[in-house]
Design a protein around this ligand. Structure first.
Ligand SMILES: Cc1cc2nc3c(=O)[nH]c(=O)nc-3n(C[C@H](O)[C@H](O)[C@H](O)COP(=O)(O)OP(=O)(O)OC[C@H]3O[C@@H](n4cnc5c(N)ncnc54)[C@H](O)[C@@H]3O)c2cc1C
Ligand code: SF4
Ligand code: SF4
Length: 337
């Protein structure tokens, strides 16, 4: 057993994957997680398999979590945050959780603090105003918890749902010019799952263009196009009427504004940077977008400070896991274990 200790901040896929990889080299790992649960955002995602697996990656998170929890080299503190940390090795940190405050000393740090979901309250889609407008994240949670899709207002299966892509991403008005990379692949898979559960539910899919991830996505997308009405436009507004929701958009093909009634709307909110005080304490560079600038591996190997996962920018679960494993490799080089 080596006497080296590594601190990982964030118990999402990236942090857990880094911990599992590090443990193989017999270092001791402490993970500090600010929320009450482990697994990060992916812990709320549903399996999107209808008849067979559609390679959405959600179970990678469960697998990493199971391995990390069973590993005696890894200890995880939930409901905990770093109050203070030195920016050079050995890293002395003060950790605070509900019960106590305690000190940790470690030889290397991995920042795996992930992302924040975009809050669509400022967009003209009636989020938090109209009950049947929800986010893709809320839809994931609903299906995970109830195994069904229901309108929040009456718990009935919706007859017609609209997915609206790129909410909070690729949006010059917010200066969010990046593509979140995951919301098209996730929404297409979930739309197909809804169709397989409720074949009569009509689905409209408003998009700019489709970004894919995961193996075989092209074939899922070809199937989806036969079952879902794809509309290349981003809606202007959503209104509440007595009959339900009314979506307005401009159809470029016929050069006309269109009003489309639906029962429910799902806003595909994307990945935005997580403003972290810890990143500042560690003197990590922050990009103009707000994501952490990935430390150059040679610099990281000198400083002992590494970063992984969506703290660096949008990525899907498999990429976040690979990014965690790659940060672990850097730490192993740095520690010489
Ligand atoms: C709506 C939506 C759907 C998606 N669907 C898919 C999908 O189907 N398939 C797919 O592959 N990807 C999907 N993704 C992407 C996926 O969520 C990410 O790839 C994955 O969650 C990244 O893991 P992470 O560890 O980098 O970050 P996170 O999941 O954000 O985890 C970071 C962790 O760090 C903790 N943390 C943050 N700050 C601190 C702090 N200061 N101190 C301590 N802890 C802290 C957080 O509480 C969290 O637990 C989706 C994303 C969105 C937004
Ligand atoms: S990859 Fe996605 S669809 Fe396939 S089994 Fe895992 S969670 Fe289900
Ligand atoms: S993945 Fe799709 S929905 Fe998400 S920001 Fe990119 S283009 Fe828009």
């Amino acid at each position: 057993m080596s006497d080296k200790k590594v601190l990982i901040i964030g118990a999402g896929v990236a942090g857990l994957s880094a911990a599992v990889a590090l443990s193989k080299n017999n270092v001791k790992i402490t993970i500090i997680e600010k929320s009450s649960f482990t697994g990060g955002h992916a812990a709320s995602f549903t399996c999107k398999a209808a008849e067979k697996c559609v390679k959405c990656g959600a179970c990678i998170a469960e697998d990493k979590l199971k391995k990390a929890k069973a590993d005696t080299n890894i200890r995880i503190f939930t409901n905990s945050v770093i109050k203070k940390i030195s920016a050079a090795p050995p890293f002395n940190a003060v950790v605070k959780n509900k019960a106590k405050q305690f000190d940790i000393t470690c030889n290397a740090v991995i920042m795996a603090t992930g992302f924040t979901l975009f809050n669509p309250i400022s967009k003209p889609y009636g989020y938090k105003k109209f009950d049947n407008v929800i986010t893709n994240f809320e839809l994931e949670k609903m299906i995970r918890e109830t195994n069904q899709i229901q309108k929040p207002t009456d718990k009935k299966i919706p007859n017609k749902i609209a997915f609206i892509q790129c909410v909070g991403s690729r949006d010059a008005s917010l200066n969010h010019l990046w593509c979140s990379k995951v919301c098209c692949g996730s929404a297409v898979r979930i739309a197909m799952l809804i169709k397989s559960k409720n074949p009569t539910t009509e689905i409209l899919f408003f998009y700019i263009d489709i970004q894919n991830f995961g193996k075989d996505f092209t074939s899922y997308y070809e199937q989806a196009k036969n079952n879902i009405k794809m509309i290349r436009a981003i809606p202007a507004d959503i209104f509440q009427t007595e009959q339900g929701l009314l979506i307005t958009y401009f159809d470029k093909k016929i050069d006309k504004p269109i009003e489309e009634p639906v029962d429910m709307a799902v806003l595909s909110v994307g990945i935005t940077p997580n403003k972290s005080e810890t990143a500042k304490m560690l003197n990590l560079k922050i990009e103009d977008t707000g994501f952490i600038n990935k430390p150059n591996i040679n610099e990281a190997i000198k400083s002992g400070i590494f970063a992984a996962g969506t703290a660096l920018g949008p990525m899907h679960i498999e990429e976040a896991a690979a990014s965690g494993a790659s940060a672990a490799l850097g730490v192993i080089k740095y520690l010489g274990v």
